[in-house]
Design a protein around this ligand. Sequence first.
Ligand code: SF4
Length: 335
Amino acid sequence: MSDQDNLITARNLSVTFQIGKGLFNKASLKAVDNVTLDIPKGSFFGLVGESGSGKTTLGRAFLKAVPITGGTATYSDDEVTYDLGTLAGRELRDYRKRAQLIFQDPYAALSPRMTVRDIIAEPLEVMGLTKTRAETDQRVREIAAKCRLNLEHLRRFPHAFSGGQRQRISIARALVSDPKFVVADESVAALDVSIQADVLNLLKDLQRELGLTFMFISHDLSVVAHTCDHVAVMYLGRLVETAPTRQLFEAPRHPYTKALFSAIPSLDPDDTGRAQRLVGEIPSPTNQPTGCKFHTRCPHATEQCKREEPQLEHADGPGHEVSCHRWRELMSEPA
Ligand code: SF4
């Protein structure tokens, strides 16, 4: 796949925050570490990992919501190409229309003092995308209908709605500026399972209908399995495995990915053979292990793993990459 086919291209991307205060306390936190990945145009790209893996920060870096401190990230649609590391001024304002975020918590994300109409209309007004109230109203009604909101409800306030309806309001607000790239950060995590399927189906329909590219961030591999075309797995700021969804689910190669799979509850009562439970906590990003960052929790760690950091390399399927010294040896291990 050429770079022209990718909406987002990241090369050795890092995001480091300075967290120490004062002259003698210069501690830093590397939230995203040397990430290289491509997000193809029109894809539903999943990014998974535990809390603290850096997935949210990576999504924010692509939205220019946190500074990129190393490497490069490029956004390229059919009209413009932007270097996200240096983007500023008028071009940054233009990028805000093109790249949007759907928030995690539909309860906290919506102002209780604004009507649904005003919540959805606000980005249009802030970005100056419509000239008259009638034009704004028309655009709000269009996107509300696409998000399967009842147009009679536009005059109501958010407290009158269920979690699923509120998330559809959040989605309409994110899409009202007609973006090309949407980061959905744990966008169904706060919803009941039955409502999750509804919202995921809506996102997939909108992706197809509007030609959107989604980056879908989740801690839940089972949600990603049903939604995404391609999945990248992060651990402590690093990309540890990436593959087309089917390939990843049929043949995960990284011990961390396998451990995430084993955490998915099985519907089969006879399935007692959980391959590998994830033990312990993810280490602090301010005090990262040497070598492979997963070695403190990996049952297959060797002395080499403690010393040398593995690099992402091609695994055994198209588009499949893994960062583990021992993935070939471990191929016979159950997923
Ligand atoms: Fe485990 Fe070593 Fe592979 Fe890291 S490099 S995942 S510690 S086997």
